[in-house]
Ligand binder design. Structure first.
Ligand SMILES: [Zn+2]
Length: 299
């Protein structure tokens, strides 16, 4: 088989980003504890490959294929989130064009280093399902015209370790006024806190803490890029990090800073992330979340 890759210079941002992601994957391969990621080999023949990938291929140490890990593989996560992003973008456009409105809401819990990272994910999911069971929640949702939602987990590194939280897109029908939507979203904050406190008083939230919402002016790409940024490779990300624990770094940013600085604590945090999110469903759509009119997309 021909093993010579294209040497075309990388000029387009998307190609540069694709190359950088694969470079980071090669770094990740050196330390990952997740077998699938160690064997992920997502290289097309017409794109330049990082030198590490070329060496592996030439030594016949690996076969072509993707691991499909949608949480912790730099490349596969990015691809998966890009598909979600495209779909949500089409849906939001259609929705607003039809007179509906789109709101964003963040829901989170007290972030404490007393909880392991996997516990933090569990507590988030339990709080959501606890809230969904509340009669008050069902009533509020019914009053607001059964808004559909897309819920995404995001995490950043803090001085208390990983801080996972939810970002939620709510889609309200055209007959729902801004005032009714606001009433609903305020109610969700209260019911979220109620559900959290049922699980443990230590999860109690100050009402406005890390829990907010706003109406979105749906400009193509901006909202959905934000919502699905886990795995999204930010080319503007710079290596100059004064303090990684106060700069809200995402897991892949932590990975990158680890390789740039050799800070072993960051490597431990990334290991912790890989382990803790192994069975995580990062994106959840409500049952009747609208489907885009043209899907699947052909790139
Ligand atoms: Zn992969």
């Amino acid at each position: 088989m021909q093993k010579i890759r294209s040497k075309d210079p990388l000029t387009e941002p998307k190609h540069i980003a694709a190359f950088e992601k694969r470079q980071l994957l090669e770094f990740q391969r050196q330390i990952t504890a997740v077998q699938g990621i160690a064997f992920c080999f997502p290289y097309k023949f017409n794109y330049p490959w990082p030198e590490e990938a070329i060496a592996l291929w030439e030594n016949d140490q690996i076969t072509l294929g993707r691991c499909g890990n949608a949480n912790a593989c730099v490349v596969c996560t990015s691809e998966k989130m890009a598909r979600h992003r495209k779909m949500a973008e089409l849906v939001c456009d259609d929705w607003v064009n039809a007179g509906g409105s789109v709101y964003w809401q963040r829901l989170s819990l007290q972030n404490s280093s007393e909880h392991h990272t996997s516990e933090k994910y569990d507590l988030l999911k339990k709080t959501w399902s606890g809230m969904a069971r509340l009669t008050d929640f069902k009533n509020a949702r019914s009053t607001a015209g059964e808004p559909q939602f897309c819920r995404v987990i995001e995490e950043v590194l803090t001085i208390h370790g990983w801080y996972p939280h939810f970002h939620v897109l709510w889609l309200f029908d055209s007959h729902v006024t801004d005032e009714q939507a606001a009433t609903y979203l305020d109610k969700v904050i209260l019911l979220w806190a109620k559900a959290a406190n049922k699980i443990s008083p230590s999860l109690a939230l100050a009402e406005a803490q890390h829990t907010e919402w706003k109406k979105l002016n749906v400009a193509r790409g901006t909202v959905t890029n934000y919502l699905f940024k886990h795995g999204f490779y930010d080319l503007s990300f710079e290596a100059a990090i004064d303090d990684p624990y106060t700069q809200s770094l995402s897991p892949f940013q932590v990975l990158r800073v680890y390789f740039e600085t050799g800070d072993i604590k960051l490597r431990c945090f990334f290991y912790d992330f890989e382990r803790s999110c192994s069975n995580l469903r990062r994106v959840k759509f409500s049952v009747r979340f609208p489907k885009p009119s043209c899907w699947p997309l052909v790139d």
